[in-house]
Design a binder for this molecule. Structure first.
Ligand code: SF4
Ligand code: SF4
Ligand code: SF4
Length: 308
């Protein structure tokens, strides 16, 4: 079926209008992503101690069940759940690092880090990702337009796009916010048989991590990952091997959103004017065509022929 000039003009006016509107939204979004918290000690978080993890993956199964996610069996010939990385069916994954000799190894749990100043929320034009109750970085699917800016912005490669859906959304851990809202703990921390991952307030978890470092210095790399990285995260790590070997890069303590915001400002300021102009131009053309009587349905067949 062809597209009429009238339909095309309508679509152009609509799209340009939406884009112009979207282009001016970031000033509002910055408020929703928020400025870095001065004191995040009361925020909810998790402490994962890689030296206590036995790689049983009970946390992965519990996560899928709690979040109503289909098991990802792609890499196991449909036999059992075995995702290779975070994906649209996997908000939480256990991976394994092993050195060349095979003597030294460590498991590592990966999920959203719940950054204190989250880059994903700063990049989200319309506040679909934002820091909300308990400091949890949550996602509102009804606001999401599927632009995937959050995927590009996240320093930990966490948000995943739901490619299998026609109206794909973003998938990422929200710290089991619905369970927390009714007084439960996250599914992954509840089922962990060795308490390798525990849930609590960031301040308490940080104190616990430092206590372990002091009591057993020989067991750990002397660092709590997430205490300062990218401005601090609410998911904290202890490990017996270097964090970069576990896919946790050596980031500085500057939060990415500060840089992102200045880039966004430059880009959006430049885009606002052309999109606003397109919206006005399309509106004028649409009005002119109506005035000249060139807009009734008799125009449609001719347009279809033109477009065929
Ligand atoms: S880890 Fe990524 S997705 Fe999670 S809060 Fe930080 S920036 Fe957002
Ligand atoms: S907090 Fe909930 S959603 Fe996040 S990894 Fe744990 S079980 Fe999954
Ligand atoms: S449930 Fe606990 S021990 Fe088992 S893989 Fe997950 S974090 Fe490790």
């Amino acid at each position: 079926m062809g597209i009429s000039r009238r339909s095309a003009l309508k679509a152009l006016a609509g799209a340009a209008g939406s884009m112009a509107a979207a282009a001016v939204v970031p000033s509002v979004c910055r408020a929703s992503s928020g400025t870095p918290a001065v004191d995040a000690s009361g925020y909810d978080g998790m402490l994962y101690d890689a030296t206590r993890c036995i790689g049983c993956k009970a946390c992965m199964v519990a996560c899928n069940e709690a979040n109503d996610l289909e098991p990802d069996t792609g890499a196991s010939s449909e036999r059992w759940q075995m995702p290779l990385d975070l994906n649209e069916h996997t908000k939480n994954i256990i991976k394994c690092y092993r050195d060349e000799t095979g003597d030294k190894y460590s498991f590592v749990k990966r999920q959203c880090m719940h950054c204190i100043d989250p880059a994903c929320a700063a990049a989200c034009m319309i506040g679909a990702l934002a820091k909300r109750e308990h400091g949890i970085v949550t996602y509102q699917a009804d606001l999401c337009v599927g632009c995937r800016y959050c995927e590009m912005a996240c320093p930990f490669n966490v948000p995943k796009f739901e490619w299998s859906s026609l109206a794909g959304k973003i998938v990422k851990c929200e710290l089991c916010k619905d369970r927390i809202a009714v007084g439960k703990q996250p599914a992954c921390t509840e089922v962990c048989p060795t308490h390798a991952v525990i849930y609590g307030k960031r301040g308490e978890l940080l104190a616990e991590a430092h206590r372990r470092l002091e009591e057993q210095p020989e067991r750990y790399v002397k660092h709590v990952y997430g205490e300062h990285e990218v401005g601090g995260t609410q998911v904290l790590y202890l490990a017996g091997v270097d964090f970069d070997l576990l896919g946790l890069p050596a980031y500085g303590d500057e939060a990415a959103p500060a840089r992102l915001r200045s880039i966004q400002e430059t880009i959006y300021q430049g885009f606002t004017t052309p999109f606003a102009l397109y919206a006005v131009l399309a509106g004028v053309m649409w009005k002119n065509r109506r005035t000249s009587g060139d807009d009734d349905d008799r125009d449609e067949p001719a347009s279809e022929e033109e477009s065929s």
